[in-house]
Design a binder for this molecule. Sequence first.
Ligand code: NAI
Length: 273
Amino acid sequence: MDLQKDKERRMDMYKDLEGKTVVITGGNSGLGRAMAERFGAEKSNVVINYHSNDDNIDEIIEKIENAGGKASSIQGDVGSEEDVKRIIEHAVHTFGSLDVMVNNAGIENEVPSEQLSLDDWNKVINTNLTGQFLGSREAINYMLENDIKGSIINMSSVHQRIPWPHFVHYAASKGGVKLMTETLALEFAPKGIRVNCIAPGAIDTPINAEKFSDPELEKGVLELIPMGYIGKPEEIAACAVWLASKEASYVTGLTLFADGGMTQYPGFQAGKG
Ligand code: NAI
């Protein structure tokens, strides 16, 4: 299925996103890139944060501009307070506002928990949880100061709910993202700032490249997906633009699971239960 060529899939559905400024951390790869291109197709101003590799930034910017959006890029580590402040300042300086903050950047590595080093634990928590906190806090401060009823979208995972042996740091970070999202949603609802998260299942991005290049491992993952296929980044981007748009104006504190049914106890399919 090539969703980009699916003629029935409109890529410019949300007129209110035109001219809105959207920051996407880790916006040059996988889900981040798909969201950057989708917000571009909605004619938003997209700020693409990248960590170290800017090889494909020009290509992404060109694609966004060809679709009628605007784009700019900025290097930065989401785990660094100074860098996150710089990313937000760049957005405001370049496009004059900040309306949507997508805290997407994330990492994972597989280690049996009894062997997990403090260094590896800290790296994952710092990027996946502290990074999303810093991005949320800085965006919220800007929105409060400028009376913007903006939207924060955090990238969680089905592992905010499903335990994951050998990935205890990752699962802990995503469980943290869930309650951070809900707490911020409650705290800033009176100001009209909505805070939600997306919890993808298994999606075809570089984070999974090794796993999906091994047919046995891919088969194992497919058995956990009632819908029977690995998700496409565009299917997650579709969730992000909806959450950012006015169509979701009364939605806050939500975890939007986009997982082909992975969290619906797939073992119970076919009479196993
Ligand atoms: P990816 O590896 O393609 O993209 C991750 C991005 O984060 C890259 O651009 C990377 O450079 C950036 N990044 C890493 N550390 C950073 C840092 N310290 N500062 C700034 N940027 C940094 O992976 P993918 O799949 O696109 O992941 C995006 C998010 O989606 C992550 O939070 C991940 O946990 C989450 N997710 C992905 C799933 C999947 O199946 N692909 C499933 C569930 C959640």
